[in-house]
Design a protein around this ligand. Structure first.
Ligand code: GLN
Length: 483
């Protein structure tokens, strides 16, 4: 049996039937990691002895007859911008190369409570700035479908690990598409929850009014299980919301007949890859066949979304990254004669090119004289983008779009041209600007055998509905991993 290709639900069943132990599963994953991760580079660090110790404890308790939670013994990978006590959290940056987190993020604490197992920390674009994992200070993550291609980003390591059978599921973070886009490039399910649904405590902040943690999984059911485990209010994150956490797996199989689906006109224009368009069309036809009604809608401010995002996200990032100065946090360059020298030398040596670009852009749009023209103006357009969605959701229950305009691209093909790279986020950033939940579902492959993803977007706190529609599509497409 290929243990490292099973979904969480399948592996959990084998555990409960005592046909497989957690130690066996963890061993199978480390064998796969040793065989494949030299090429793929999904992981920045692994902790085999800690994972095996966690697995042994789970097996012992199960043997003693304990009733264990659904994630007990499930081997997970964690994006390396999420803090795990006693482990390095590098954000794929030289400046944090030796930073060991003294505490667990709330999501980690909740997964520990469920007795999940942590295999290691996954690669990302430095501080999650990017769409290809090429901005990692520690080397690119390759796409398991074709190693000449990027895995997407910034959660490329998490997506590749799940797609290649190097973890049963993973956590990523999504500020402008960083869960959904790599999920689409690698052919896995990726869910960005509503802003405020999941605590951000212990996630190294990129843009605090956008960031959300979410799951990357092999099935929709697994995404529902992980969301249920990590969601809910947290006194340590004042933006986490009190709204009750639904039993996400329970509602998955309910019918979708009568559902009103909207196709935003602005997401289906010129420039869309024909393979992607075909995959999304296939998904829409399935929903229609299942009794959903489909109509075109308009989100008129879509064309401004990239510009607004690339003003606001760097502005917030430039403020959040001020703490990495070689004193409070980060690698310190010793040569400086003055305090200012110390800051400059440390930040110059510690940050990569894209990080510096974002800090400069962010500082620029916040400077006096430019604040009103850029930052304030972008905030106003952010409101208009949110209102576009609010009007659309008066007419329809969910929106269906492509997750990205194209499939994975070749390593090296966009990295020297930041603007082209930024434009690849055109279908994912609006969801973050409006704080909505969004999910990537694999729906097919291009002629070149690269995965294609469909994006479902819903109103705030509609995760149950988003997951239910995704599950209906997944079932019709042949089940998890069929496409
Ligand atoms: N690609 C986007 C960026 O570079 C989104 C990144 C993210 O969601 N972390 O900002």
């Amino acid at each position: 049996m290929n243990l490292e290709k099973l979904t969480i639900a399948e592996l959990g069943r084998l555990y409960r039937e005592r046909r497989v132990s957690a130690v066996e599963a963890v061993a199978a994953y480390f064998k796969a990691i040793r065989a494949k991760d030299g090429l793929l580079h999904a992981y920045l660090s692994v902790n085999e002895s800690a994972a095996l110790a966690q697995a042994e404890a789970v097996d012992r308790d199960r043997a003693a007859g304990a009733e264990l939670p659904p994630l007990a013994g499930i081997p997970l990978a964690i994006k390396d911008n999420i803090c795990l006590r006693g482990e390095r959290t590098t954000c794929a940056s030289r400046i944090l190369e030796n930073f060991v987190s003294p505490y667990d993020a709330t999501v980690i604490e909740r997964l520990r409570g469920q007795r999940a197992i942590f295999l290691g920390k996954t690669n990302l674009d430095e501080f999650a700035f990017g769409s290809s994992t090429e901005n990692s200070a520690f080397g690119v993550t390759r796409n398991p479908a074709n190693p000449e291609y990027v895995s997407g980003g910034s959660s490329g390591g998490s997506a590749a690990a799940v797609a290649a059978g190097l973890a049963a599921a993973a956590l990523g973070s999504d500020t402008g598409g960083s869960i959904r886009q790599p999920a689409s490039f690698c052919g896995v399910v990726g869910l960005k929850p509503t802003y405020g649904r999941v605590s951000r405590y212990g996630l190294v902040a990129f843009a605090s009014s956008f960031d959300q943690i979410g799951p990357l999984t092999r099935s929709v059911e697994d995404a529902a299980v992980i969301l249920g485990a990590i969601a809910g209010p947290d006194p340590l994150d004042s933006t986490s919301v009190e709204a009750p956490v639904a039993d996400y797996p329970a509602g998955l199989e309910a019918p979708v007949s009568g559902l009103r689906i909207g196709l935003p006109r602005e997401y289906f224009g010129a420039g869309l890859d024909p393979g992607v368009a075909e995959g999304v069309e296939r998904g829409v036809k399935i929903l229609e066949k299942l009794g959903a009604s489909v109509r075109e809608v308009s989100l008129p401010h879509t064309a401004s979304a990239i510009a607004v995002y690339y003003v606001l996200a760097p502005a917030e990032a430039s403020a959040n990254l001020a703490r990495f100065d070689g004193v409070r946090y980060g690698r310190r360059m010793p040569e400086g004669a003055t305090m200012r020298d110390l800051y400059e030398l440390s930040r110059d040596a510690g940050f990569g090119k894209e990080v510096k670009r974002r800090i400069i852009m962010g500082t620029f749009v916040l400077s006096s004289g430019y604040y009103d023209a850029y930052y304030l103006q972008a905030q106003k357009v952010r409101t208009l983008i949110r209102q576009d969605f609010e009007s659309a959701f008066k007419e329809v229950d969910l929106l269906v779009t492509p997750t990205a305009p194209g499939p994975a691209f070749r390593i090296g093909s966009k990295v020297t041209d930041p603007l082209t790279m930024y434009l690849s986020d055109v279908f994912t950033v609006s969801c973050n600007l409006a704080g909505l939940p969004g999910l990537n579902l694999p729906v097919g492959r291009t002629a070149g055998n690269l995965p294609v993803g469909l994006q479902l977007l819903g109103p705030v706190f509609s995760e149950e509905l988003v997951l239910r529609a995704a599950r209906a599509l997944e079932r019709e497409l042949g089940g998890p991993g069929a496409v």
